[in-house]
Design a binder for this molecule. Sequence first.
Ligand SMILES: [Zn+2]
Length: 227
Amino acid sequence: MTFNTDTDNLPAAAEIADLQERVLAACLHMLDSGLITGTWGMACARTESGHVVVTPSGMNYRTLKPADLPVVDSGGRRILGTLRPSTETPMFTRLFALRPDIRAIAHTHSTSATGFACAGRSIPAVLAELAEAVGGPVPCAEYGRFGTPELADRIVEVAANVRAVLLRNHGVVTFGSSVEEASSAALVVEEAARVALVFDQLGGSGGIPQEEINALRQIHLQRYGQH
Ligand SMILES: [Zn+2]
């Protein structure tokens, strides 16, 4: 493992190898679950040192090896790997800078959730699983050009208490303390969008009260967290 930098604050090789494997596995899981079409979706994870293991741009996840995943520094400069990082990397590095609590991000253009994003509508919290995994309705951020740091600013504006945000006319981002948590939140968001559409068609109204959403989220954190 040869780093393309002279900085001394480098991530440990074992940590990088572990994250490369888990980020690629999360992408394959999202691909198999129908959340990602082709290369329209990705994941990334931050190391203890603040570097980011990210998926490369325009590559088939099924033929990639974990070691092919590039590593960038907090400014988005590639420090490891030969493949060009995802074009959406500047948005991810900015998100990590703005939200130190986030360790991993998943990003998809999954169909139903993206339909809500294109309509500029949040996904209501009518499904208990969404309240648990995300912490409330999924808000929609104002439009920003894909991959830009400005789009990260728009995401953070609406993401105060939730782990998922819709990107207007674009797709979805989910956060987590691990890449597995972020990618499974992406699955729950797409499922919640589909359920919300049926709920609308049936003339449903109301949702889970905020107090109950908070209680469900707490139960989830106690069950799955590191407490
Ligand atoms: Zn995108």
